[in-house]
Design a protein around this ligand. Structure first.
Ligand code: AMP
Ligand code: MG
Length: 341
């Protein structure tokens, strides 16, 4: 990548002066700031419009840096980091006193993750300290999976963007807590609770049911802060429906309507083209039928749909494969993208 050392040097300069740098990861783009600077982290909340109780994941270059923010590094954390880092797993452990309260939403624990994108690992090494990194989007809206998405949301003067291409994973990291000797998945993602259980040698509770009302079932706000029921949402109204209901729902829309579907055209039970509303077009966004492909495309598809300013976005319900962690995670994100509260 041409100009990479200069880009990283510029990014480090910004971070050292309390500025913000968006960085690529294998999940989505993160909005980086010095995790040890109260003022820099405060800027992240301001720029994103993020509620203060929603804690930030701290990004590190490896276990040594993780230990600089963790008051304890339990055996479970060691095993998980060894197996999954760098990768899309955030591990919640007790925080050190030195970690500003604003990072953890006032809570006693901190989520740490070592992302696998080479540019961001180089940034973390060059900066030499941990960086907070919530998704680089305005709070509540669709997460960014390209540098362009980040540039659309923020002024260049506020946020310096490191362009590392399109994210390959497409949805946020799995969040697992190992606090108090218990292992619990607080947010589903590309890494499955069952695989985490294999690594730890015992069953892992999955507090994220995949269909969320306000909090993952069985968890308290203190354990799973920031798990809001409405999140990742496009600006247009969006609904998720079974494929057999598509025709009826679309027929009820009088304005523009965008359908997001993973079902092959030949297998769709409704007519082609879809019944149109008073001469207005129906747009169809075709999604990959495999879970990983769908996850990778998800946020870009929601943005494309939104850009058409439709009256309604209709999303065909993905398969109810509760055993497939990636479909679970996709359903979780879609559920929140179609909830308004
Ligand atoms: P985002 O940065 O938008 O991907 O959101 C990060 C999410 O990670 C939060 O909304 C929480 O669900 C979770 N998280 C971050 N820090 C903690 C923590 N200290 N304890 C529990 N969950 C956390
Ligand atoms: Mg986010």
């Amino acid at each position: 990548m041409d100009g990479q050392p200069e880009q990283i040097a510029e990014a480090v300069t910004r971070l050292r002066s309390g500025g913000l740098v968006a960085f690529p990861t294998e999940t989505v783009y993160g909005l980086g700031a010095d995790a040890q600077s109260d003022g820099a982290v405060r800027r992240v909340f301001e720029v994103k419009g993020r509620p203060a109780h929603n804690p930030l994941i701290v990004h590190v270059s490896g276990e040594a840096m993780a230990k600089s923010v963790a008051a304890e590094w339990p055996e479970d954390a060691r095993k998980l980091a060894e197996r999954f880092w760098p990768g899309p797993l955030s591990i919640v452990v007790p925080k050190r006193m030195s970690v500003p309260e604003i990072v953890t939403g006032g809570g006693p624990n901190v989520a740490v993750r070592c992302p696998s994108h080479p540019l961001t690992l180089a940034l973390l090494e060059a900066f030499g300290g941990p960086l907070v990194g919530p998704s680089a989007n305005v709070s509540g809206f669709v997460s960014p999976t390209t540098a362009e998405h980040v540039r659309e949301a923020f002024d260049e003067r506020d946020v310096f963007v490191l362009d590392g291409g399109a994210c390959t994973g497409g949805i946020e990291s799995t969040v697992v807590s190992v606090v108090g000797g218990k292992a619990r998945v607080l947010r589903s993602g590309l890494i499955d609770a069952a695989v985490i259980g294999e690594v730890l040698g015992r069953a892992v509770e999955c507090a994220d049911s995949g269909v969320v009302s306000s909090l993952p079932s069985g968890s308290t706000p203190a354990e799973a802060p920031g798990q809001l029921s409405s999140h990742y949402a496009p600006k247009a109204k969006a609904v998720m429906v079974e494929v057999r209901e598509v025709e009826r729902v679309v027929a009820g829309v009088t304005g523009e309507c965008v359908l997001i579907t993973h079902v092959a055209e030949k297998d769709e039970p409704f007519p082609q083209p879809l019944p149109s509303g008073k001469g207005l077009q129906r747009h169809v966004i075709r999604m990959p039928a495999d879970a990983r492909g769908y996850a990778r495309r998800l946020y870009a598809a929601l943005r494309e749909a939104d850009a058409m300013h439709p009256e309604l976005i209709v999303i065909v319900m993905p398969p109810d494969e509760t055993k497939n962690p990636v479909w679970r995670a996709v359903r979780d994100r879609l559920k929140r993208a179609t909830t308004r509260e």
